[in-house]
Ligand binder design. Structure first.
Ligand SMILES: N[C@@H](CCC(=O)N[C@@H](CS)C(=O)NCC(=O)O)C(=O)O
Length: 242
């Protein structure tokens, strides 16, 4: 059996898939792609250009949520989807909400600062890639940055809106887990995994599989520090289940 995960090491959607594979104790090979250069490779595998994409003995699954569902169906031990249909529905609703509100908005918020600091951004975007990725990326970075800003609608107003939506989502998660351990009561599920994986870039944990900078550039670093008190539950899930 061979499992290949096509991914960006920096991507928090890819972290969802990595975590699900690790949680189930499955051996897999990460095929690290470089943003921009990924398009040709991913198009040959799947309909859209986004990662993560899973290749399990030739069965191709694109999208972090679809990958978790596929892994639960194919390797049912340590299920991440609750067995009770009502709870499964709740977990999937949380995941849809978090993918949209945290996934998209954390990315826009963080990249807005990060892309202005090539010395920090380039090592993060090229990590785990071939030896030539970093020197090549240094040359192509202005173009890649422009495309990333266009594609994710990254500008000051967008980043400010994303920052607000991120904190609102964090508040909603914290309200939901007040007085209990998990988003869907009773057991760790894909809802908790999604919340913790998608917020994880703010924690910069080594378990993410990325060598992080000592500190994020300003004003991101100070702003994230202000959120630290609200990240306690996310951090505890990440520490205990990742
Ligand atoms: N809903 C998708 C979103 C994946 C996604 O947005 N991936 C980004 C990286 S964080 C990507 O591959 N962007 C490049 C592209 O779409 O070509 C999922 O959960 O997998």
């Amino acid at each position: 059996m061979a499992i290949i995960l096509y991914q960006f090491p920096i991507s928090h959607y890819c972290e969802k898939a990595r975590w699900a594979l690790d949680f189930k104790g499955l051996d897999f090979q990460a095929q690290n792609l470089m943003p921009g250069m990924h398009i040709k490779i991913v198009r040959q595998l799947a309909h859209k250009t986004s990662v993560p994409v899973l290749d399990h003995d030739g069965v191709i699954v694109q999208g972090s949520s679809q990958i978790i569902s596929y892994l639960d169906d194919t390797f049912p031990e340590r299920k991440l989807t609750p067995v009770n249909p009502q709870e499964a529905q709740q977990a999937l609703e949380w995941e849809r909400y978090l993918d949209a509100e945290v996934g998209v908005h954390l990315r826009r918020y963080v990249y807005h600062t990060l892309l202005e600091h090539p010395k920090v951004a380039i090592p993060l975007l090229t990590q785990g890639g071939p030896w030539w990725a970093k020197p090549l990326f240094k040359v192509t970075f202005p173009k890649v940055r422009k495309l990333m800003r266009q594609y994710m609608k990254i500008d000051a107003a967008g980043a400010a809106e994303s920052r607000q939506r991120l904190e609102a989502a964090l508040d909603r998660v914290n309200e939901a887990v007040a007085g209990r351990h998990f988003l869907v009561d009773g057991a760790f599920s894909r809802a908790d995994l999604t919340a913790a994986a998608l917020f994880a870039p703010l924690l910069m944990s080594p378990k993410y599989g990325l060598v992080w900078p000592k500190a994020m550039p300003e004003p991101l670093h100070s702003d994230v520090a202000r959120l630290a008190g609200k990240l306690a539950w996310v951090e505890s899930i990440y520490n205990d289940y990742r």
